[in-house]
Design a protein around this ligand. Structure first.
Ligand code: ADE
Ligand code: ZN
Length: 337
């Protein structure tokens, strides 16, 4: 199965670029920028990656991103990620960045944006990995700050395809961001939001009805509400599920109990993603490997997840058709003697 997964063409739709900051690179950038990290070495830092909930992780994630200071730092971060996934048969990525996590440290919007974007352009040229860049609002901050961030993005519509909503979900419902999402929609951005990771099914309803999102990030809590499942199935609303993230953040207690098989069984349009791979122990292939067992190591179900990733991508239909054809060709190759 490992080699089948390694060769399977796929897209990544839920990845925080700041969450790809590997400990080794964190130390290198700290040194380059004259920053002293509160950890002796890589092993001591990794030992701290022991989370009981989303908030435990977010504290380290925001602390870690402090080493990102220059455009070159953001480029190096993104390039390291692209080098990794160029060996994972990833054909297309739609990645998040958190401008407010950088603005509050005095890093200009353009410093982060240009560093990330130029690496993505190079990745498209050298590895033929197409991309979209999605800017997330930090939901623990208020809507006014999200509006100010959206204003900054308006000058960069050529580089940013969508807006999302991330950070601490509990007590920060999608409803809090209804106006700014309306404005983003009016400006023509694709819309996504984290909902139902730690929050209740109501937050998924709010993301659908108030924010009018095009995809739900995570969406695990939908399984608590049969009427919501039916609606998501009827609308074929994509859910970007993140298996290793779910176990590391204790959203699911054990991979054996991950709801993915039931989600597929119900007809939900689920995709597999890595969220913050440097913190959760695996990139895209490792996430597919992590759920292969609970899907009975079914090549057909894994291929369906890969097909879903292309169906749920914000790409032109011609590109979608050719990526889906690649999956078909790969499956035919597997089945021929
Ligand atoms: N920011 C980075 N990773 C996140 C996650 N899994 N949930 C919410 N906010 C995030
Ligand atoms: Zn996420």
């Amino acid at each position: 199965m490992k080699s089948f997964i390694a060769g399977l063409p796929k897209a990544e739709l839920h990845l925080h670029i700041e969450g790809t900051l590997e400990p080794e690179l964190m130390f290198q950038l700290a040194e380059r920028n004259g920053i002293v990290l509160p950890y002796e070495n890589v092993a001591a830092l990794q030992a701290a990656y022991d989370f009981n909930q989303l908030q435990d992780f977010l504290e380290l994630y925001y602390q870690g991103m402090d080493v990102l200071r220059t455009e070159q730092d953001f480029f190096d971060l993104t390039w390291a990620y692209l080098q990794k996934i160029s060996r994972q048969s990833v054909r297309h990525v739609e990645i998040f960045f958190d401008p407010q996590g950088h603005l509050e440290r005095g890093i200009a919007f353009e410093t982060a944006l240009n560093g990330i974007h130029s690496a993505l352009v190079k990745g498209e040229q050298e590895y033929h990995i197409s991309f979209g860049l999605i800017m997330c609002f930090l939901r623990h901050l208020d809507e006014e700050e999200a509006f100010a961030t959206l204003e900054m993005a308006l000058a960069h519509k050529d580089k940013i395809i969508g807006v999302g909503l991330d950070s601490s979900e509990k007590d920060n419902p999608p409803a809090k961001f209804q106006q700014v999402f309306a404005k983003a929609r009016h400006e023509g951005f694709w819309l996504v939001a984290h909902a139902g990771e730690e929050g209740p099914p109501e937050y998924i309803y709010e993301a659908l009805d108030l924010l009018k999102v095009d995809r739900i990030d995570h969406g695990n809590a939908s399984m608590l509400d049969p009427a919501l499942v039916k609606r998501l199935v009827d609308e074929q609303m994509p859910l970007t599920v993140c298996p290793l993230s779910n176990t590391r953040l204790c959203v699911v207690d054990d991979m054996k109990h991950h709801p993915l098989p039931q989600m597929l069984e119900a007809g939900l349009n689920v995709t597999i993603n890595s969220d913050d791979p440097a913190y959760f122990g695996g990139y895209l292939n490792e996430n597919y490997e992590a759920i292969s067992g609970i899907l009975g190591n079914s090549a057909e179900l894994l291929a369906q997840l890969a097909r879903n990733s292309f169906s749920a991508s914000f790409i032109e239909d011609t590109q979608r058709d050719s990526l889906l054809a690649e999956v078909d060709a790969y499956m035919q190759e597997q089945n021929s003697p």
